[in-house]
Design a protein around this ligand. Structure first.
Ligand code: ADP
Length: 583
């Protein structure tokens, strides 16, 4: 399958036509001096010049996918809107990427177009690595978190390194260093990015050609006050880094020459650059609790033996020792893409990156995945904390005669609300205080807890659908005015999906069906079996699970699941049978 890979920058368009199965590049090139006015013309020209080759798909590099995308995605109107919504996060990059997609779609309307995001590979970093320590509500309102970039390159070189070492990437902890005009490092633990040096934008982290990398946020505030926001932006993105420190050049080749000629600013620039990378090797290795390999790539990583030596010296305490001769002799190219430069247990490899090839592969994969995709809407997931439903009579005992429930906040299912009122639930082993009542009152009392609560309380709660409390477990409730010993009512809620008859038709299911729901793209993928479908016209589409279930999948507040259909289901059944047999 021939994939046209397009990388649209603000002033240039790079393209490669790649056979995604063999990895061979059929044609490649670059158009410079692109402006808004001649974008369409340039893309049409590239495509018409490739006229003799058949193009099966187009893979577009898109810098920022925000929180929307953790993998390459076939572009439709909705995907386009999501990419547009990320423009404020990457004002220099995403607009050019969007123009590129539009022009290419016009020129090649009959082939699938796929967006491959720089951020996607880092999209599953643990929250501890992706969260800035600013107020959570502000971060959420403005989508401020650490996204990370250069994902295609980090993933590609990690895989190339693992293949060279004859090991599975799932067995390795690799620090990858992409050192080009833009520079970033990543901690790739068993195949996944768990930390990276770039953040909300590609400005954080390492020193770059013209970007500062890390600075105290106080520096930004002071400069913004003195120079204004726009000039500060310009200064940190275009006048800093190697160029800023040396005052002479952003290209390391020039700086190495200047330094050799005795220019102090250039020497300092080189030293600050190397020092920052060294510091981050330690940090990234620590994020993974250990390190098996360091991989260097990008124009600097692949070509500057001098810089590699500065970065990697005196790291024996981390188990890293480079062989100086091998380092000086290392040459990588597409035909010979990996060179080992270490003489230690921790491998140090120079690896030629090929982002276009990785984009072609991911484009191919995304198209394959789209064919098996059911095309049905994802199901929003809500996590229910332990809670209590009460009868009017029970309310009177717990809170006093004539007491009315006080709504605290509405719940997603119409007419239901969480209340200000809280009670204690008391089991033979312990009690749990502060358990919220959900309103309105119901004809029967029902206490819904998780398996973890069950152990804490010392009770045995059956898994039941809501409302089916007959023969369930006993429990004691205590309110400010009184106590009730319920003979039954304690359950562990069966996971279920609320949906309307229209939703049921959309998914091809009926009330009472048991289905499987897959959670994909989060930190820990998980498939829930035995999920009950509940259909009523007053319901709002939502799957309900308890806190234990949510913790098992490490779900955030905005998770979504996908229904699994029979063909896939059969496969899953045989897998679980096999596992059950081994126990
Ligand atoms: P980009 O990040 O734009 O893809 P590259 O990965 O091509 O950039 O890296 C470009 C940078 O690599 C140049 O600015 C230069 O500093 C550095 N570089 C390339 N070749 C050499 C070399 N032989 N010696 C030192 N530095 C080099």
């Amino acid at each position: 399958m021939a994939v046209l890979v397009i990388n649209c920058g603000s002033s240039s368009i790079k393209f490669s036509l790649i056979d995604a199965s063999s990895g061979q590049t059929i044609e490649s090139g670059k158009q410079e001096r692109i402006t808004e006015n001649n974008y369409e013309e340039s893309i049409t020209k590239i495509i018409s010049e490739l006229g003799s080759h058949q193009i099966h798909a187009v893979g577009h590099r898109v810098v920022h996918g925000g929180a929307h995308f953790t993998k390459a995605t076939v572009i439709d109107d909705e995907v386009m809107q999501a990419i547009e919504s990320c423009v404020p996060l990457a004002p220099l990059h995403n607009p050019a990427n969007i123009t590129g997609i539009r022009c290419a779609q016009k020129a090649l309307p009959d082939v699938p177009h796929v967006a491959v995001f720089d951020t996607a590979f880092h999209g599953r970093m643990p929250r501890r690595a992706s969260t800035y320590a600013i107020p959570g509500d502000v971060a959420k309102a403005h989508n401020i978190k650490r996204y990370g970039f250069h994902g295609t390159s980090h993933e590609f070189v990690a895989q190339r390194a693992a293949a060279f070492l004859g090991r599975a990437v799932e067995d390795l902890r690799i620090v990858t260093l992409h050192l080009g005009n833009g520079c970033s490092g990543a901690a790739i633990e068993f195949g996944r990015s768990v930390d990276t040096t770039m953040g909300l934008t590609p400005l954080e982290g390492l020193v770059m050609g013209t970007r500062s990398g890390d600075v105290d946020a106080g520096v930004v505030l002071q400069l913004a006050k003195k120079l204004g926001v726009e000039e500060t932006d310009n200064l940190l993105n275009r006048k800093s880094g190697l160029l800023g420190i040396s005052g002479k050049a952003s290209d390391l080749r020039d700086l190495e020459q200047l330094a050799a000629d005795g220019h102090d600013g250039s020497r300092l620039a080189i030293n600050v650059f190397a020092h920052r990378v060294r510091k981050y090797i330690g940090a990234l290795a620590t994020s993974m609790g250990g390190i098996d390999a360091v991989v260097l790539t990008g124009g600097i990583g692949e070509n500057s033996a001098n810089m590699r030596q500065r970065i990697l010296q005196r790291l024996e305490f981390l188990g890293i020792r480079i062989d100086e001769d091998k380092n000086i002799d290392a040459r990588v190219s597409e035909s010979n893409p990996v060179a080992r430069i270490s003489s230690s247990k921790v491998e140090v490899l120079v690896v030629a990156t090929n982002e276009a090839l990785q984009i072609a592969k991911e484009t191919n994969r995304a198209i394959g995945a789209a064919v098996t995709d059911t095309g049905r809407r994802p199901i929003p997931i809500a996590v229910s904390a332990r809670h209590v439903h009460v009868t009017p009579e029970a309310l009177a005992i717990l809170f006093g005669e004539g007491h009315e429930l006080t709504p605290y906040k509405p719940l997603s299912q119409p007419g239901q609300y969480a209340c200000e009122e809280k009670v204690s639930i008391i089991g033979p082993r312990s009690r749990i205080d502060g358990v919220r009542i959900l309103g309105p009152t119901r004809p029967g009392c029902q206490v819904e807890i998780s398996r973890t609560d069950e152990f804490a309380l010392g009770v045995d709660a059956p898994v039941r659908r809501s409302g089916k409390v007959k023969g369930s477990a006993p429990i004691t409730l205590e309110g400010p005015k009184g106590k009730i010993n319920l003979e039954e009512g304690l359950i562990c809620a069966r996971r279920h999906i609320h949906m309307t008859p229209e939703d049921a038709e959309h998914y091809g299911v009926s009330d009472g069906d048991e289905v499987e729901v897959a959670i994909r793209g989060g930190v820990r993928d998980l498939t829930f079996g035995d999920v009950l479908v509940r259909v009523k016209s007053s319901y709002k589409l939502e799957m309900h699970i308890d806190t234990d279930e949510a913790n098992a999948a490490e779900l955030g507040r905005t998770a979504e699941g996908a229904l699994i259909y029979n063909d896939v289901y059969e496969e899953q059944v045989s897998v679980s049978a096999e596992i059950a047999g081994k126990r």
